[in-house]
Structures are given as C-alpha cells and as structure tokens.
Design a binder for this molecule. Structure first.
Ligand SMILES: C[S@@+](CC[C@H](N)C(=O)[O-])C[C@H]1O[C@@H](n2cnc3c(N)ncnc32)[C@H](O)[C@@H]1O
Ligand SMILES: [Zn+2]
Length: 285
C-alpha cells in the first residue's frame, strides 16, 4: 500500500480502521465508497474544484462505449507486468486508471483528482486502488516515491511530478493531436485551431524524452446522446458558443475521429540535471 503524506504536517499517514491518521493527530476519513479526501479547505480555489458531476457523467458514458480503447491499448502495451509504485494524476472517473491497475497491480497504485465527483465515481471501479481527492500541484506523497506517473489529458504540474518520481522513473503523458475531433470542432468554430500536444513544451531538463506515438481512430457515433456526451467532457463545452453547441446534433450519421499523442519521458536523477524554472500549464481534451 502506498505511503501517503499528511497534507497538514507532512508526517506519514497510517491507514487504520476508517481512515488515515498521522502522529500529530490529523485524521482523514475514508468515504464509504472507498476514497479519501486529502484536499485541505485552504488549498481549494472553489467549493468544488475540478470537473463537475455532469462532466464526470458525460465522460463515463462516452468512455464506456470504448471509442478511446485504441489509446488505452497503446498505453498498456508500453507497460511491463511488474508491480511498480504508480500514480495517475487527474484520473477523472478512472476509466484509464482501472485498466492500468489491471496491468501494473492495484495495491501500489494511486488515482488522484481534484474533483470529488470524479473520484467518487472512480472508486467504484476498483476497491483495492488508493483513490484520493487532492491537487496534482500539491501531491500528498513523499519525494521519489513513485516509479511511474500517468497524466492523461490533464495539466502537467511539472515540479510536483519531478518531485515524486524516482530518478529513472517514467512519466507517461497523453494529449490531443491537431486532427482530434475534427468534425466536432469544425461544427463549433469558424476557425479551427491546429494545436498539437507536446509535453516538451512544459517539461524541463529534469526529463528526457523516450518516445512519442500517434494514435488515430475513427468511428460512427451511435446516437445524438453520444455526441452530446463527447462535447460535455471536453473544454469545448465551456469554450464554444451556445448557438454552435446546439448545432452538433446534426453531426449524427457522420464519422467522428480522435487523434492522440502519447509520450513517455524519463526522470533524470538530480545529479544529471540542473533544474531551471519550469513553466506550468498543460494539455486538455
Ligand atoms: C480532461 S479530464 C481527464 C480525466 C482522465 N485522465 C481521462 O482521461 O479520462 C481532466 C481531469 O483533471 C482534473 N483536474 C483539474 N485540475 C486538477 C488538479 N489541480 N489536480 C488534479 N486533478 C485536476 C479534473 O477534475 C478532471 O477530472
Ligand atoms: Zn499531520
């Protein structure tokens, strides 16, 4: 089981009965559903940060159709069946996390998301994984405690990733390519941006690129509902004009496509690098 760090005082947390405790008397209950909220009120920017319930439900419904399975397969194909300490940052409702756990084992795995709706849904998928509500910017984990870190369609908190990854440990990142959801974006915007994810824009000299893989898939949406869920789980849900969003139903009957960029990076040991200031921002669906 992973060793967690008390978010109040940095002592180790000990798992006991219905929660996690530190020697200074801080205590964090484990919800019935099987996750623990380690996000302190003073570290929350809003009452319920991260994805809201509707986004979580939309993502669950869409991912359950398996359209993005080719990405999950590519992700899993690059993993060996060892049992490393691993962490999925911004795990959402755990669709990928649960598949990673089947490959790498659940006992040393952690899913972290700042949205309690997301973690609440994720925790139902696998009771043996450690599911946490926490920020990727302030992980309740000790330095160099992780051998693999996954960041899928979530902002890269470079400093904390570098901190918790062991030297030689691996960072696996997924973002979207310039062709991603092209029919949807053409329906939403007059001017479609040709942006392509590259973690190299955010990572610094503490990381070395191992590989970049492109994954393309195409499918026929089965319903208008599917298109609406797809829209609701992406930032286009916030970005696009309401009038444009109302028009996506007419995409039904046409093929949809996804384009992903999957990258693997290695964490250098500090002796190998001089860490400069790192920018922090990141990829999105
Ligand atoms: C686009 S979703 C991706 C979810 C999942 N990785 C997937 O691919 O299905 C981004 C996730 O990042 C979470 N998130 C946003 N800010 C975060 C933060 N500061 N720390 C951890 N998670 C965060 C959101 O709540 C949301 O679940
Ligand atoms: Zn404490």
């Amino acid at each position: 089981m992973p060793t967690l760090k008390c978010p109040s005082c940095d002592l180790p947390l000990i798992r006991r009965d219905h929660g996690w405790y530190c020697d200074n008397g801080h205590q964090f209950d484990r919800a019935k559903r099987g996750y623990t909220n380690l996000l302190l009120a003073q570290h929350r920017r809003s009452r319920s940060p991260g994805d809201d319930k509707a986004m979580v439900q939309a993502r669950s419904a869409f991912l359950a159709l398996g359209r993005y399975q080719p990405l999950a397969d590519a992700l899993l194909a690059g993993l060996e069946d060892e049992e490393p300490a691993w962490l999925d940052i911004g795990c959402g409702e755990g669709w990928y996390t649960e598949q990673i756990a089947r490959r790498l084992g659940a006992v040393n795995g952690i899913g972290v998301d700042i949205s309690k709706f997301a973690v609440d849904a994720a925790a139902r998928r696998n009771r043996r994984l450690t599911w946490l509500v926490a920020s990727g910017a302030r992980l309740p984990l000790f330095d160099a405690s992780q051998q693999k870190v996954f960041v899928l369609f979530t902002r890269l908190f470079v400093d904390d990733i570098a901190r918790v990854l062991q030297p030689g440990g691996e960072l696996v990142v997924a973002g979207t390519g310039e062709q991603h959801l092209m029919p949807l974006r053409e329906a939403l915007y007059d001017d479609v941006r040709q942006r392509r994810f590259d973690a190299g824009q955010f990572l610094d000299a503490r990381f070395e690129a191992i590989s970049t893989q492109e994954i393309h898939c195409q499918w026929q949406p089965e319903s208008v509902e599917e298109l609406r869920n797809l829209l609701a789980m992406t930032p286009h849900h916030w970005r696009a004009k309401p009038s444009a969003k109302a028009g996506i139903d007419r995409l039904f009957g046409q093929p949809m496509n996804a384009h992903f960029v999957l990258q693997r990076w290695r964490r250098f040991s500090d002796a190998e690098t001089v860490a400069p200031d790192s920018p922090a921002d990141g990829p999105h669906h």
